[in-house]
Design a protein around this ligand. Structure first.
Ligand code: FAD
Length: 419
């Protein structure tokens, strides 16, 4: 396995953007100039990046969001998201991650602070390491490194960690964290600089005729017409298309906690400890430092069904207690660390944990993009590029992301199905 430097991996910024000649139209409603006008509903990571790619290609795009890009209800609305290349046997995601790095760096040029921090990721495997093992050929193909760390060395390198029960340790140097909410907001601004229009309203499907959606109904009661509609509404997708997706995308309640580290001990800060994934019976992960917010701890286990609009976002006593118990075991010095912040968010789980990127079966000018299933943020730049190509008719639909496959998909998360 080769160890590549981060600079080598990240040197080709902006490679995925190519211009195509599509005439621009007027700002609101469908033009008569023969131009294609795409309405993107949802300015989270998925819709935002798709809109940006389309606008870069001079396609006329109007982007809508009910509460704003990276808002606190949105799945992209948290502080930070992990980016990693290890994806078991699912090569497609490693490829999307690989393609996304230069695009994150492109966006970062428009931020005041770093958007992407390459802290590296430590995999602590106690049940088995099949997930990591299965990804090794793919990582080699994309020249992304992974290092097997002997347990004795791991104990020396990371005395903050109690390795009890851990059998294998891997370090993934090309991995890090992204500023999620901030990225969505900057992205929306850049999209507008590329000529796109943004409207802060909710949109839902209006009338349909001849197998096509005619218009959107906006939250102020007006109607909006475009030629093509992309619904990238994250956990709301199933509510907007209940017959088609009601049983195929399920939002679940997820809790994230930030614990305070001692002022005299920097060993739990970024720069001293990588991001970590505790890959045991449950999958628990964390991001040290988190820009001063604290030591982030989250359990990837799917919670109960959740309503993204009105769901109660008060953290549960049970969740806090479980996070604390875990901290005490794995990071003993943080056993009594104070809880500084907590967030309740939701995953928008597809049945099998894979994405949805497909045309609506009954409306040929409607595209659906979602099903991030707790892991979609990291590769949203490349996914947006893929979605934009599909909308422009340049790509075949990826069978794995089709809606149809969910009719017979096996239930499970992306991790569970590879054990
Ligand atoms: C706690 C947590 C931790 C996560 N950790 C990671 C991680 O470490 N790494 C990773 O890669 N991924 C992670 N994810 C997953 C990732 O954040 C999501 O998969 C991704 O952000 C989904 O983006 P989206 O654009 O599909 O959805 P959203 O971000 O929810 O965007 C949908 C947008 O649509 C808008 N909207 C909804 N309905 C309408 C409407 N009718 N009209 C107009 N606008 C509408 C909403 O306001 C929202 O802004 C995590 C998710 C959570 C919740």
């Amino acid at each position: 396995m080769t160890l590549v430097t981060r600079r080598e991996l990240l040197k080709t910024a902006g490679a995925a953007v190519v211009a195509v000649p599509v005439a621009a139209g007027s700002a609101r409603g469908s033009g008569s100039s023969g131009s294609r006008h795409v309405a993107v509903i949802g300015a989270g990571a998925f819709g935002g990046w798709t809109a940006w790619h389309l606008a870069r290609r001079k396609v006329r795009v109007t982007l809508f969001d009910a509460w704003g890009p990276g808002n606190s209800r949105a799945s992209s609305g948290g502080e930070s998201r992990v980016i990693r290349g290890i994806y078991g046997a699912d090569e497609i995601y490693t490829r999307l991650v690989h393609e996304s790095y230069p695009l994150w760096r492109t966006l970062e040029r428009h931020c005041d602070e770093p958007l992407l921090k390459m802290q590296g990721l430590l995999w602590l495997c106690s049940v088995d390491d099949a997930y990591v093992q299965k990804s090794l050929p793919t990582l080699a193909k994309y020249d992304m490194a992974v290092e097997r760390v002997d347990l004795r060395d791991a104990r020396k390198r990371y005395p903050q960690i109690d390795f009890a029960g851990i059998e294998k340790v891997y370090f993934e140097p090309v991995a890090g964290s992204l500023k999620a909410r901030c990225a969505c907001q900057v992205l929306c601004r850049q999209f507008q600089k590329e000529g796109g229009s943004y409207i802060g309203q909710a949109g839902k499907p209006g009338s349909a005729s001849g197998g096509r959606l005619t218009d959107l109904i906006l939250s102020d009661g007006s109607r909006f017409t475009a030629d093509v509609y992309l619904f990238a509404c994250g956990p709301w997708l199933a509510q907007l298309f209940p017959d088609l997706l009601g049983k195929k995308i399920t939002p679940t309640r997820q809790e994230v906690f930030y614990f305070g580290t001692p002022s005299h001990d920097r060993s739990f800060d970024e720069g001293h400890l990588p991001i970590w994934v505790d890959f045991g019976e449950r999958l628990i992960y964390g991001i040290p430092g988190s820009d001063g917010r604290g030591f982030k701890v989250a359990d990837d286990t799917r919670g109960s069904r959740f309503d993204p609009t009105d769901g109660d976002r008060t953290p549960s006593a049970d969740g806090i207690q479980r996070a604390r118990a875990f901290l005490g075991r794995r990071f003993p010095k943080l056993a009594n660390a104070p809880l500084l912040e907590a967030r309740v968010c939701q995953y928008e789980n597809s049945t099998d944990g894979h994405l949805v990127l497909d045309r609506h079966p009954a409306m040929q000018n409607v595209w659906l993009l979602g099903g991030g299933s707790g892991h979609g943020f990291k590769f949203s730049p490349a996914l947006g590029a893929l979605a934009s190509r599909q909308i422009l008719g340049e790509n075949d639909i990826e069978a794995r992301f089709s809606i149809k496959r969910l009719d017979s998909a096996k239930q499970g998360t992306q991790f569970e199905r590879q054990r």
